[in-house]
Design a protein. Structure first.
Length: 209
C-alpha cells in the first residue's frame, strides 16, 4: 500500500467522532434522576383519593337499655298492627354526598340485586308522596375510628319509619303471606341530575296475617 493511501486512511479515522462514555453515563443518570423526581412528585403533590363507601343499617330501639340495637326485629305485620323500625346512613365516601332512601315492599321470594333496584313490576314503593333525603358531610379520620356513635354531620338518623300494609298493597302483592320490606340507598349524581341506585340495601322479612 502506498504512503498516500495510508495517510488517507489515518485522516478518515481521525474524522470519526469519539464516544465520550463519561458524558453518556452522566446523561443517563440525569434522565433517571428526572424520572425519579417526576414519579415522586406525582405521589406527593397529586395523591389519588382512596375509594370510600356508604353504610346503611336497620335498627330497633331498646326501651330497657335506652339505646338502638341491630336485633329484636319484629317478625310479622298486619293491617291492625303496623311496625316501626329505624334506618341509619353513614357517609365514609371522603366527600359530601346527597342520599335518598327508597322503601319498597315485595314478595319474600323476590331476589334483590346489587346492580339493579327493585322495579315496579315486582315491588311497590311505600311513602310515594314523601321523601327521605339528606346531604351528609364526609366522616373525618377520627370519626372513622369511632364505633357505636349515633351523632355527627356524617350520620343520618336513626330515622323512624312505620312499615304498613293496606288493601291496595295486599291486592297488588297477590295475598302473599310473607313479605320483604326493602330499604335501598340512592346517591345523587350531579352529571345526570338525578339519584342513582348505589347497590346498597337492607331488608326486613315479615309474615303477613
Amino acid at each position: 500500500m502506498s504512503k498516500n493511501n495510508k495517510s488517507s486512511n489515518i485522516q478518515r479515522r481521525n474524522k470519526i467522532p469519539k464516544i465520550n462514555l463519561n458524558k453518556i453515563i452522566t446523561l443517563i443518570l440525569v434522565v433517571s434522576t428526572m424520572g425519579a423526581i417526576i414519579t415522586i412528585a406525582s405521589v406527593v403533590f397529586f395523591p389519588g383519593q382512596q375509594n370510600g363507601f356508604s353504610e346503611l343499617s336497620l335498627l330497633m330501639y331498646d326501651n330497657a337499655e335506652g339505646t338502638y340495637v341491630a336485633n329484636n326485629f319484629p317478625e310479622d305485620i298486619s293491617q291492625d298492627d303496623n311496625v316501626t323500625v329505624f334506618f341509619m346512613v353513614k357517609n365514609f365516601e371522603n366527600k359530601v354526598t346527597y342520599y335518598q332512601i327508597q322503601i319498597k315492599v315485595t314478595e319474600i321470594s323476590q331476589n334483590i340485586s346489587l346492580v339493579e333496584p327493585l322495579s315496579l313490576s315486582n315491588s311497590r314503593t311505600l311513602y310515594i308522596n314523601e321523601t327521605f333525603e339528606k346531604i351528609l358531610s364526609p366522616a373525618t379520620d377520627n370519626e372513622k375510628e369511632e364505633s357505636g356513635v349515633l351523632a355527627g354531620q356524617y350520620i343520618w338518623g336513626p330515622v323512624n319509619v312505620t312499615l304498613f300494609m293496606n288493601n291496595t298493597l295486599e291486592y297488588i302483592l297477590g295475598g302473599a303471606d310473607s313479605l320483604k320490606f326493602v330499604f335501598e340507598l340512592w346517591k345523587y349524581d350531579p352529571l345526570g341530575d338525578n339519584f342513582q341506585y348505589s347497590g346498597i340495601f337492607t331488608f326486613l322479612e315479615l309474615s303477613y296475617n
